[in-house]
Design a protein around this ligand. Structure first.
Ligand SMILES: Cc1cc2nc3c(=O)[nH]c(=O)nc-3n(C[C@H](O)[C@H](O)[C@H](O)COP(=O)(O)OP(=O)(O)OC[C@H]3O[C@@H](n4cnc5c(N)ncnc54)[C@H](O)[C@@H]3O)c2cc1C
Length: 455
């Protein structure tokens, strides 16, 4: 590596910024982070969108590489599967994985953010709060910053800038002005609202702790993830317009009525439902695709800034953290040859981030609708049975994405082949005993090659 003491400017101290900073300082760089919000450790602000997040293998790998996973273990709750709540309050449990090790982890977004910022600062990263990036000269790297406390603008010189500034990235906004910059954004017709289920007596969870709870209702749903303080962070997903939509929920009584009729077992658990509902904003969900992600070895987009996805596979931050892993590996290979590193980074990641973007949209239908269908649950059982018999050949799509580091593009492609196989095997069958194993054997051996496992 040539320029050991080179200074890298990161925009955004959300989740990816501080994690990337940790990897960069470990490799001898100086890192300055500019963040538009105040420091959430001293000012009570919303940690951003969802209250808690589901962390899985890709995210855990990146945190382990940064030496942070052991610390995070203190603030996570393993979730073993989905707990489905029907409209008549029946409960069905569906495990996520093939064994107890295949779980996902609920973590508070704010706690994760704070832990990463603390760790980064401990390693010498400087985080400048209330410094909004308002632009960048992509020819020189000069960054324009506004001090949000006093409204003063200033320009700083920076050799390398990495935009970790989320789905509405200011750095991407500047790239958009360049010729031949490809950009698309696709909003869902659905919005989301964060709600809370308070802790019960003695700070205990009032629902099963080790599960992600879902109230699937066809074209909308409520989900709840456990927090270590006994509360659940909930998200209500509804269409913006039409029947059973946010547009219909203008009064407290309309909110209560919807919950009474569609989520009857949730309503006694949410005493502050209406207040909660009107105190929190209604969020929008967008898929952003763009390219190129870099300009002249001087500026790069990473995380949501490069590829925001909808939240239904629980992969946004896992994917962003995998970006960090990939970028740091390339730096180890090529040193500070930024042009090459940025270019190989995009080449390695873009095909995979496009794939997880598509998988995430597809998973919305699965979560809000199909999980309530007994045929779907049967297919899930068959998937696990096939995996048990052919562990190198047949790994369920959910597992490829969540419990392995198999490239997302591979998971998407194999998942499509496996979906067709499952349709062929399950459509005329009601019980596991009736599954045609010789047909399964033939299909699997002829259509799937052994998987290179990356756990
Ligand atoms: C409802 C919902 C649920 C989700 N659930 C999950 C989940 O379960 N699992 C999962 O893996 N992912 C989940 N995600 C996705 C995850 O939240 C994002 O992928 C992740 O936050 C992206 O991290 P980031 O650091 O790239 O961007 P962000 O977390 O958005 O951070 C960007 C930072 O940049 C700062 N910033 C923005 N503009 C500027 C500027 N001009 N100047 C200076 N600073 C700026 C912001 O203040 C912020 O701190 C969910 C998302 C949503 C919306």
């Amino acid at each position: 590596m040539t320029a050991k003491a080179e200074t890298i400017s990161l925009i955004g101290a959300g989740l990816n910024g501080p994690l990337l900073a940790l990897g960069l300082v470990k490799r001898g760089f100086n890192v300055e982070i500019y963040e538009r919000r105040p420091d959430m450790r001293s000012v009570r602000i919303s940690a951003g969108r969802s209250i808690n997040l589901a962390l899985s293998t890709r995210g855990i790998h990146a945190l382990s590489e940064a030496g942070q996973w052991n610390e995070m273990r203190k603030i996570i709750i393993p979730m073993k599967g989905r707990m489905m709540h029907s409209v008549t309050s029946e409960i069905t449990f569906q495990p996520y994985g093939k064994n107890e090790a295949e779980v996902i982890h609920s973590i508070s977004r704010a706690e994760l953010n704070i832990a990463l910022m603390n760790a980064a600062e401990d390693q010498g990263v400087r985080i400048h709060f209330q410094q909004r990036c308002t632009g960048i000269d992509l020819k020189t790297g000069a960054l324009q910053l506004r001090d949000e406390r006093i409204g003063e603008e200033r320009t700083i010189e920076s050799r390398v800038v990495i935009g970790c500034d989320g789905s509405a990235s200011a750095i991407r906004g500047e790239m958009l002005k360049l010729s031949r910059f490809n950009f698309s954004q696709q909003y869902l017709d659905y919005g989301y609202k964060e709600l809370t289920i308070p802790a019960g007596p003695g700070g205990k969870h009032v629902l099963e702790t080790h599960a992600l709870h879902i109230w699937p209702r066809g074209n909308f749903m409520l989900i709840a993830l456990p927090n270590v303080d006994g509360t659940f962070g909930c998200i209500l997903f509804l269409p913006f317009e039409g029947a059973d939509s946010f547009a219909q929920l203008a009064t407290a009584s309309a909110v209560i009525k919807l919950f009474q009729s569609r989520f009857p077992d949730a309503i006694p658990l949410m005493p502050d439902l209406a207040d909660n509902f009107f105190a929190n904003p209604t969020g929008a969900m967008v898929t952003v695709k763009c390219s190129p992600w870099h300009v002249d070895g001087r500026a790069l987009l990473l995380g949501d800034a490069a590829h925001a996805i909808v939240p239904f596979f629980g992969q946004g931050i896992n994917c962003g953290f995998e970006d960090c892993t990939c970028l740091l590996e390339l730096l180890d290979q090529h040193g500070a040859d930024w042009r090459r590193v940025f270019s190989e980074f995009e080449e390695a990641r873009k095909v995979n981030t496009d794939a997880i973007a598509d998988l995430a949209v597809e998973n919305f239908v699965e979560m809000r609708d199909r999980v309530a269908d007994p045929r779907f649950l049967f297919r899930k059982k068959v998937e696990l049975a096939l995996e048990a018999k052919y562990p190198q050949l047949f790994v369920p799509k959910y597992a490829m994405v969540t419990f392995h580091r198999i490239p997302y593009a591979t998971a998407l492609k194999r998942g499509q082949v496996q979906d067709r196989m499952l349709t062929e095997l399950c459509d005329s069958v009601e019980r596991m005993e009736d599954l045609d194993w010789s047909k399964a054997d033939r299909l699997i051996r002829s259509q799937l090659t052994p998987l290179e496992m990356v756990s």
